[in-house]
Design a protein around this ligand. Structure first.
Ligand code: BJW
Length: 256
């Protein structure tokens, strides 16, 4: 279905939108996705890299992976899809963005209401104490085969401040996310394969609370059957069009 038709069919007078975002939104910024064509996990195993057990077994391998991703991220800029979500927020239509991405590109695009539900790659935290610090500096990122240690407890390793498989999400972030999902009337599911829980359950949670769901992806996903509309294609092309049309429709209805 065409974007214009979808916008016409959304029967929400005053949209309260929550965007649930995945790696596909940052692909056009040069950040690789995890799964699918060109996905990082075609070459690496998730279980060797994104679990606490993997870090305990081989912290250097895990840090090398994060440093390689950070070298790409340091050159990356937000793309038109990130900016479209910022525009939605500035138009007063967004409750917030729940992003699974750790890259910080929504913030760089100027969005303010963001929950980084899987953490932040630019930060490292101590494996023993509460110390947290940024590590996105050229001299750290470019130093291969070295580990990062906590300046407070000297011998303790620092780890990326992200959520790995088997680890719980930050309860304070989940609480805000569920509050938004209970109060929204429209959910945009953007560039996620919809296979990682609990985030994969968020669209159906919102739907049970009465929200309409629109998916933006290059292909269908396990979430497609529960979506009211799916916009297949690149989100960096389709999301700006959708936001523009939605804002136009709302302004038109306000002016009478
Ligand atoms: C485009 C595009 C373009 C491309 N335009 N689209 C219930 C059922 C089954 C399992 C579980 C369950 N509950 C929990 C689990 C276990 C597990 C899980 O979900 N496993 C499944 C994989 C089977 N979940 C967890 O372990 C979570 N923790 C948890 O539940 O804790 C419970 C607990 C409670 C109390 C004590 C202890 C535990 C944690 C999950 C953490 C996920 N972490 C990662 C790594 C983060 C750090 C990092 O980045 O390094 O998060 S894994 C990875 O997957 C990353 C992503 O955020 C996440 C999701 O991936 P995403 O974003 O969807 O990317 P892709 O690559 O999969 O998809 C990209 C999409 O874009 C594709 O669809 C493309 O088509 C599309 N695309 N270009 C539009 N231009």
């Amino acid at each position: 279905m065409k974007i214009l038709e979808i916008v016409e069919k959304i029967a929400v007078e005053e949209p309260r939108i929550v965007s649930i975002v995945g790696a596909g939104i940052s692909k056009a910024s040069g950040m690789p996705t995890f799964r699918g064509e060109d996905g990082m996990w075609n070459n690496y195993s998730a279980m060797e890299l994104a679990t606490p057990q993997a870090f305990a077994k081989d912290p250097q391998l895990v840090w090398n992976w994060y440093k390689a991703r950070m070298r790409i991220l340091l050159k990356a800029k937000p793309n038109d899809a990130h900016f479209a979500l910022t525009k939605l927020e500035k138009a007063g239509l967004s409750l917030g963005i729940i992003t699974q991405n750790v890259d910080g590109l929504h913030e760089l695009a100027g969005s303010k209401k963001i929950i980084e539900i899987h953490g932040r790659i630019r930060y490292a935290r101590c494996t023993s104490c509460k110390h947290v610090q940024r590590w996105d500096k050229d001299e750290i990122v470019n130093e291969r085969d070295s580990l990062l240690y906590c300046p407070n407890c000297e011998k303790s390793l620092l780890r990326p401040d992200v959520v790995w498989f088997g680890e719980p999400l930050d309860p304070s972030k989940s609480e805000i996310a569920l509050d938004w999902l209970s109060h929204c009337n429209l959910v945009l599911v953007i560039g996620t394969s919809g296979v990682v829980y609990p985030v994969a359950s968020f669209p159906s949670f919102a739907k049970e609370n009465g929200a309409k769901i629109i998916e933006f992806n290059i292909e269908s996903t396990p979430l497609t059957p529960i979506c009211d509309f799916s916009v297949f294609g690149k989100c960096e092309e389709n999301l700006p069009l959708f936001v523009e049309e939605l804002i136009r429709k709302i302004e038109k209805s306000k002016s009478g």
